[in-house]
Write a protein that binds this ligand. Structure first.
Ligand SMILES: [Fe+2]
Length: 222
């Protein structure tokens, strides 16, 4: 009630920080609900990514089950599928939808969506296991990724799982600057990226075994 009054008094465009204690007063479930709505908003900004988050949630949980992960970890993967790119809410359209190559400064803003996303979700205890997915889903196995340049198993396992399914889904989805690859082409590209040292080779191998054909992916995403 107190929070409702506080928020109601704040102009929606206000950049002033919320009063101390405001986040605690808003229930964790309400906060989660707000965040998932925000995440959907991020997805809706780009018509070409429709359904991307739901597919990532399903595919990552399927891989997690193959690995025998705990229920809590599977829940974190499902949430991570929806929330991994929530930090893109802080990326201006001019950068997010730029057709040409990004400048160095624009890339810095784009890369920062991982850190911003973690900051947005950090206050919610129930998202503790999801935070590393949000922050580290663009790390590379060989240490050339971002934001922390982690290598190998330093990269949280849930983030490595999300990355494999994220890359696959991006490859099989048409974007304004590229056509969609077939399942077979995307699997070859994933295997190639593992050979080049970008992806966890064990997880890529598991993905290729778990999803031998496009119908196996569709069955998960249904
Ligand atoms: Fe991302």
């Amino acid at each position: 009630m107190q929070t409702t009054r506080v928020l109601a008094r704040s102009a929606p465009w206000s950049t002033a920080p919320l009063p101390a204690g405001c986040m605690e007063t808003l229930g964790a479930r309400e906060l989660e609900s707000v965040l998932f709505t925000l995440a959907q908003t991020v997805e809706m900004r780009d018509a070409h990514t429709a359904g991307h988050c739901a597919r990532l949630a399903s595919l990552s949980v399927a891989l997690g089950e193959e690995l025998g992960l705990s229920e809590a970890e599977l829940v974190a993967l499902r949430r991570g599928g929806y929330l991994h790119d929530i930090g893109k809410i802080a990326v201006p359209d001019a950068i997010l939808f730029k057709r040409g190559p990004l400048t160095a400064d624009e890339w810095a803003v784009m890369r920062d969506h991982t850190v911003k996303g973690e900051e947005i979700c950090r206050g919610i205890g129930s998202l503790r296991l999801t935070l590393p997915i949000i922050r580290n889903h663009h790390e590379h196995w060989d240490g050339t990724g971002y934001p922390d340049r982690l290598t190998g198993e330093q990269i949280p396992l849930l983030a490595r799982i999300m990355q494999v399914v994220d890359v696959y889904d991006a490859l099989v989805t048409a974007r304004p600057y590229k056509p969609a690859m077939s399942h077979a082409q995307a699997c070859r590209e994933l295997a190639d990226e593992a050979r080049r040292g970008w992806r966890d080779p064990r997880l890529v191998s598991l993905f290729l075994t778990r999803f031998p054909g496009p119908e196996s992916v569709l069955a998960q995403a249904a």
